[in-house]
Design a protein around this ligand. Structure first.
Ligand SMILES: [Zn+2]
Length: 336
C-alpha cells in the first residue's frame, strides 16, 4: 500500500496559486514573474463554510474549494456524485444535506487519481461506478481511501439511469489516465471530464501525469462530438463551456504541431557534451526546442488561458518524448 504524502495535488496546486502555504514549505526568496491571471480565471471568495456551493443545470451542484471541484446531481431516486475530490471530501456530505434529504446512491469515479476520488469513502452506502481499467488500477493500489468499485464496465459506453436522470459514461480510449471517462447528461447538455480541460487554464504539468498524451486530443474531440453547453473539468474555479474545450484543443494542436516541427528544425548537437552522453545531449536539445516553442504559445494564448507560462516549457518536453514513444500517428485531420 502506498503512503499518502499529506500534500494532495489539489493542495499543491493551491500552494502554487498562492492560496495556501504548506506549513513545511521552505521560504521563497524570489519568485519568478508570471503573467497575471485573466479575469475569467481568477478565484472566487470562499464563504465561511470553507467551500463554495454553486448550482449547475436544473438539479446539479458544484462543490469547490481552491482549484478542486466535485459535482452532484439530485434525482428522484437519490443523489449521484461525480468524483469525490480529497480537497472537498469533508464538505461533500454537508453540501448534499444543504439541498436535499435524499441519500447519495452512486459515486461515479472518473479515474483512479487520488485527488479526484479519495473522498468517495464519505459515502460508504453508495455504489461506486467506474470503467474496468480504473478498477484494475485500484485493485493494484489496495488503498483504503480508494476502494474497488461495485459497478464497472468495459468498452466505450455504459448508461447509468438513476431517478429518471441519464448519465452516459463514455470512454474515449487511454488519455490523461487509462480508464478516464466522460460523464454526459444529455437532458441537461452537461459534459464532465476530469483533467483533460481545465476551464480557462493552460494544461497542468505533464498533462497531469498523463498516461497517453495523444489520447488527450482524442478525448477532447469525443467531448466536442457531444451536444453540450456546460463543461465541468474537475479543476479551476469556474464552470466551463464549449469554448473552453475548443481553446484547450487549439492550444494542444499548436503545442503538438510546433513541437514536432521544431524537432525537425533544431538539430540534436552531440558536440556540446561528453562523447557518448546522449542523455545530456538530448537534455540540451529538449531545452532548445522548448525555448523555441514556449514563447510562441505564450504570445498566442497568454491573455486568454491562465498560467501558459507556468508548465508549457515542461509540457513541450513531454510532447517530444510522447511523439517518439506513444503512437505518433495522430491523423493529420485531427491536428487542425
Ligand atoms: Zn487525474
Amino acid at each position: 500500500m502506498i503512503q499518502r504524502t499529506g500534500v494532495t495535488a489539489g493542495a499543491a496546486a493551491l500552494a502554487a496559486a498562492g492560496l495556501s502555504t504548506p506549513a513545511t514549505a521552505a521560504p521563497v526568496t524570489q519568485a519568478p514573474d508570471f503573467l497575471p491571471l485573466p479575469e475569467h480565471a481568477k478565484p472566487f471568495p470562499i464563504p465561511a463554510e470553507g467551500y463554495r456551493l454553486e448550482p449547475v443545470g436544473d438539479n446539479g451542484y458544484v462543490v469547490s474549494a481552491g482549484v478542486a471541484q466535485g459535482y452532484f446531481f439530485v434525482t428522484r431516486a437519490g443523489v449521484v456524485m461525480l468524483d469525490a475530490p480529497v480537497a472537498v471530501a469533508e464538505f461533500l456530505p454537508l453540501a448534499v444535506k444543504r439541498v436535499t434529504d435524499k441519500q447519495v446512491t452512486h459515486v461515479i469515479l472518473t479515474h483512479d487519481h487520488d485527488d479526484h476520488i479519495a473522498g468517495a469513502t464519505k459515502f460508504p452506502d453508495a455504489k461506486f461506478v467506474s470503467h474496468e481499467m480504473t478498477a484494475e488500477l485500484l485493485r493494484i493500489y489496495t488503498d483504503p481511501d480508494r476502494p474497488v468499485p461495485d459497478v464497472t464496465f468495459s468498452g466505450k459506453h455504459h448508461r447509468l439511469t438513476v431517478g429518471g436522470e441519464r448519465f452516459e459514461l463514455i470512454y474515449p480510449g487511454a488519455n490523461h489516465e487509462h480508464g478516464n471517462i466522460i460523464v454526459y447528461l444529455p437532458r441537461q447538455k452537461i459534459a464532465m471530464m476530469s483533467d483533460v480541460v481545465a476551464p480557462g487554464w493552460a494544461p497542468y504539468l505533464h498533462y497531469g501525469n498523463a498516461d497517453h498524451i495523444p489520447g488527450i486530443l482524442k478525448a477532447m474531440d469525443a467531448v466536442l462530438e457531444l451536444d453540450f453547453e456546460i463543461f465541468l473539468g474537475g479543476h479551476t474555479y469556474r464552470i466551463g463551456d464549449r469554448h473552453d474545450v475548443e481553446i484547450c484543443r487549439a492550444f494542444f494542436v499548436d503545442q503538438w504541431n510546433w513541437t514536432v516541427q521544431a524537432m525537425k528544425d533544431i538539430p540534436l548537437d552531440l558536440s556540446v557534451v561528453e562523447a557518448g552522453n546522449l542523455w545530456a545531449a538530448q537534455a540540451v536539445w529538449f531545452n532548445r526546442i522548448a525555448d523555441h516553442v514556449t514563447p510562441r504559445l505564450v504570445k498566442k494564448y497568454g491573455k486568454e488561458l491562465a498560467a501558459v507560462d507556468a508548465f508549457t516549457h515542461d509540457n513541450v518536453k513531454a510532447i517530444i518524448v510522447s511523439s517518439f514513444t506513444d503512437d505518433p500517428n495522430i491523423p493529420a485531420d485531427a491536428l487542425k
